[in-house]
Design a protein. Structure first.
Length: 155
């Protein structure tokens, strides 16, 4: 038995010299009101994140990433991305790249493959506002305030 065969026989397929084969996890690694995300992990590439995102309504918030470039590939469904206040329709076989320092969100019913680089880290995102497609009461309150009809209750 060669050293490579002994290495594989021991079950360690995560070495730098062997490819990793990962399956879709059964439980989400993150959830929101309008989506569930499943991380393919652990990856050998330390600067890469890959997720399957099942979008039922959209991302809960608009956000700005400080450092991470996100690339979304639409597998199924349809919807749209709002990037820097411009709307882009999204459908299968489309690739959407969102660079750092740009406000964005997405809405619709889609299945996405999300690739992020560098890897996600706490404190990277700044949530700027709620997505009205996911939080319809937010859009309604904003409209009613403009019409001067709705007033918040005093506590």
């Amino acid at each position: 038995m060669t050293s490579a065969t002994r290495h594989l026989a021991g079950g360690d397929l995560r070495s730098r010299h062997q490819p990793g084969v990962l399956c879709l996890p059964s439980r989400p690694s993150f959830e929101g009101k309008g989506l569930k995300g499943f991380a393919f992990a652990p990856l050998q590439q330390p600067q890469l994140d890959i997720h399957f995102v099942d979008v039922s309504r959209g991302h809960d918030n608009y956000m700005i990433s400080q450092c991470i470039t996100r690339i979304y590939y639409v597998l199924e469904g349809k919807g749209y991305f709002t990037i820097a206040n411009k709307r882009y329709d999204a459908r299968p076989q489309m690739l959407i790249e969102v660079p750092p320092d740009v406000e964005y969100s997405y809405s619709g019913r889609m299945q996405l493959l999300l690739i992020g680089t560098p890897r996600w880290f706490s404190g990277n995102e700044r949530m700027t506002r709620k997505n009205p497609d996911v939080h319809p009461d937010t859009a309604l309150r904003r409209l009613l305030r403009k019409l001067a009809v709705w007033r918040p209750r005093a506590s």
